[in-house]
Design a protein around this ligand. Sequence first.
Ligand code: AP5
Length: 190
Amino acid sequence: MRLLLVAYPGAGKGTQATRLAAHYGVPQLSSGELLRAEVQRGSRIGKAAEDYLGRGDLVPDELVLRVLSSPILEAAKNGGFVLDGFPRTLSQAEAAYTLAQQSDVELQAVVYLRVGHDELLRRLRARAGQEGRSDDDDITIGRRFEVFENQTEPLLDFYDRRGILLEINGEQPVEDVFADITGAVDNLVG
Ligand code: AP5
């Protein structure tokens, strides 16, 4: 299973990726989590990425690819992955496509979780109170929404043209979203 989740911040990518990875028996590869871990470790990549994360801007492709290329290729050799947050721009999708072609591990399904802005804001503000993630303040959330609209939304057409885009109502309880995703993925991938 080689699956990608694409959605606005707060739509539930991480929540669903964890469940989907357990369900399909493959690792969850979250670009945001991996980048935050680099920052936490104080690595060179982490130091270079920190300011972008703090502003809600995208980290440069070169750094993201350095963090993700090996885990993706490794997971692909061992049965697949659930990707959460990468690719996130057309240039990343093209780089990932080239990488995938070399190893015959192209994506099989891309899930877009549809959630309205009011609900996204409600979820992120609630999380800010519980977890204190540094990019969950209102100004940075606004920037992350803008970045999604300008740089990530064009990906939806890119994958739709390849016939692998599945649009799911992400505004339902977690278990219902999960059931809709697995139903649609199993139907597409077989
Ligand atoms: P990333 O970590 O990917 O963050 P994000 O896209 O902003 O998404 P979130 O983690 O905020 O939300 P989510 O959709 O995963 O929702 P979640 O399940 O947590 O990226 C962070 C930063 O890293 C970026 O801004 C960028 O700087 C950098 N980065 C990452 N990838 C990059 C890339 N490829 N290129 C360049 N830079 C990159 O849920 C949110 C909340 O809602 C939780 O509290 C959850 O419990 C709750 N919730 C979930 N589902 C439901 C539901 N169905 N009903 C009610 N509540 C729900």
